[in-house]
Write a new protein. Sequence first.
Lengths: 552, 376
Amino acid sequence: MFANGSISPSSLSVKDLLWQVQWSKEKCTLCGRCTAVCPVQAIELGVHRKRAVQIPSLANIGPATTSSNVYSVYHGIRQKTDPAYACVGCAMCNLVCPNGAIIPQKSDEIDKQRYHINRGGQPRTRGGRRNAPDVLNQGTLDRIKFTRISMLTDPALDAGRHEFELRTLLGRILPPEENLKLYREQGWIPPVREIYPLIIGSMSFGALSPNMWEGLQMGVAYLNEELGMPVRMCTGEGGCPPRLLRSRFLKYTILQIASGYFGWDEIIHALPEMKEDPCAIEIKYGQGAKPGDGGLLMWYKVNKLIAAIRGVPPGVSLPSPPTHQTKYSIEEAVAKMIQSMYMAWGFRVPVYPKISGTSTALAVLNNLTRNAYAAGLSICGEDGGTGAAYSVSMDNMGHPIASNIRDCYLNLVRLGKQNEIPIFAGGGAGKNGKLAANAAALIMLGASGVQTGKYLMQAAAGCVGSESDRCNICNIGQCPKGITSQDPRLYRRLDPEKVAERLVDVFLSFDVELRKIVAPLGRSTSLPIGMSDALAIDDYNSAQRLNINYVV
Amino acid sequence: MCRLFSMTSEEPQSPIVAINALDVMREGHDGSGVGLFLSDLGGTFEELKGAPILSGIFTNEGMKRLDQFMMNLGFMTKHKISIKTPKTPPPLTPKRDSYLIRAYEYPQSWEGLTQAEIELRLMQTRVQLRRMGEEHEDMIVYSFWPDVIMIKEIGDPLKVAEYLGLDHEELRARVILAQGRQNTNYAINLYACHPFFVQGIASMTNGENTAFVPIREFLQSRGFPGYMGYQSDSEVFTHIAHYTVNRLGLGIESYKHIITPLQDEDLMSHPDGEFLKQLKHTCRRLIIDGPNCVMGRLPDNSIFLVQDRKKLRPAVAGGKKGIFVFSSEMCGLDVAIPDRDKSKDFQPMHLDTVIIPSDRSEVRICSQMDPLALLH
């Protein structure tokens, strides 16, 4: 601290910060790339003064001898300690450093900066994830094992050689008697899509950069048209680029409508010019990362393009209301909204609601079973990610996905409607990198399919976020990888072609892993939805709660 | 593994023919049990065609409760077969008080009921007896249906047949299903022993149904009291057949489209693709998985044979005019009908359903790729 410095309550030392930047003077070339790349300007050029004590030899000391201090200056890196500029640990400095001279390291104790990130009375907002690291393998989904292995009683299937049909249905399925009766009488049968059980979850155009979105779309198109995998991607609440709306690729897209209705002006106007129907319409009532709170696109990211697609003025923050303002009851208003959406596409497109994981999910589901049009229910658990949310929502709100899905599925079984309303699970699959195992567990607990977002940001685009509060700045548009930024200088770092390639890699390897799980269980002709006799967990209480086997 | 044998013959046959066929296939099963289903009966029972026959195993106490129960409902005994067993049962076979095969006269109060109502009540009576029996462990009831006899017991099929005297002259049938081996995937239990029966439909399976739990959940939630039991994962095959025929009103050619539907590209080029796609979607929870060979009998006394989608279990169909057989192995067929034209033997593959109609005129083969008969 300088002599004229002062100490305020929020004066922090580097030690108080969560991430501490380690810099080696030895290795540094002073090229300046790290300070240029830092998304939060946590480091700056530091001019350091240094004293060297040079004591002359005794023989030379005389009356004229002056001070033995020699002052010199050297240049290097200084980390800012103002909480507004605290290092986020993204390690881009390390990525660009030609000599590996710099790296952020996590504090060895609980940081102090967390008590100060509320300047102006604004609690912390961030993007990313819940930052609840399950110690390796301790998450419920990770602990579920697949214990039914076909061997001698019956030949196991060969994941590489046998025929597999790992598809799921999205849409309202009628009971067989009713369906066949309507078929004979040429009555209206609700539209049903046969899709791949891993769906790219709702990440909006706006939350994601144009390059990221384009990359995902290209990957999806390739998976569908070249590899025959009917992979679908949900837009999130941010509308859809006009050219996509008018292209044949729309059929691979699930359009989301949420409380802000962003982008729906454009969509409605494109209706007469659509060549294909969208895959489905998702009505978002809640999301796992911020249950009870609406979507939030902060002004940093609302540039001209985003504003045009969403139908809003540029440069303003776009908070979606936490609730749909026109909705006051699920019985009437939600049913009406579902029907209106059906009507817009001539009753040819499935419409389903998405809610956050909640203890009230059963009530929602029970109501949907009585709504002849509801095409499914998507439930997003507490581990869902987001582009922007209040930390408190992300950290403390929500419901774990496993028991939520299980309760809902078993409830459908009791009602005899387990084949009629598909439940889709999101929020937490692949949290520790085990996407296929987590997805298979959710499916066998009763989900018809799994939605994933964060995993794809990491695997297909190299997101640096982790469960330890690293980076998490998706909200301010400074994404150092260009995934969630609207600044061309940042998002040009991301090559859409490469994103598409990686997406294809992810889906192909997921498919192999899923087959490696279901083949030994003796399943190949249909997705093992609700096949809970194959599941076990080494925790007694979890086993009881999920109604699966307990093994030790 | 277990071994299956089904026969349909113009002349009533003794079940011993089927037992002998199981015996030559003994390398393929462990001889731990036997199950028999007889219909289109000969002998005295032929004259009692309409009268429901109760088959099961009873303790002396159970017999008393049965008589009281049936009397209360108004059922009168019309005819019965007495099975007299030697003092010592063969190894593994428990000593039982009574093996019951008894035909009843319908209660007077049932007169004027529709056929559907009678069929419902017969099934409900059987289920009720089964529940009563499970409570006190004094009755095991296999079937209660006109023109149907079922016998199941633990032990080596040949020895059990000798012990029970199954060459009994009154035990003659034109349709016989026989299975050798107790269920081993779950606890030993006679209710887990094939064939399974519900409302005139019987089936038995060689294989393992890995989709058992979701299918069981689906069937149990249909609100039909006959979809119960499930001591064996193979019981769902019988109930799916029942669901297909009785609840959906479809022919048995559609059965395979429900349990092992075609994949999408095949559906697209299928003449009935639109319908089959609906069927696949709406009956998705009835899709079976794992290696399976299913043989069954329908209420009109036709018999059918289907394979799983990968054809992982053996079966052959063959015979000559007036007598046809499905057998797990060729040697079973050889011992039953040695003088047939072997070049006409047929081994169904992953798309085939083999049906022998009740007139025993031909071996009808339906491929899933064929157009379906017109829907009514």
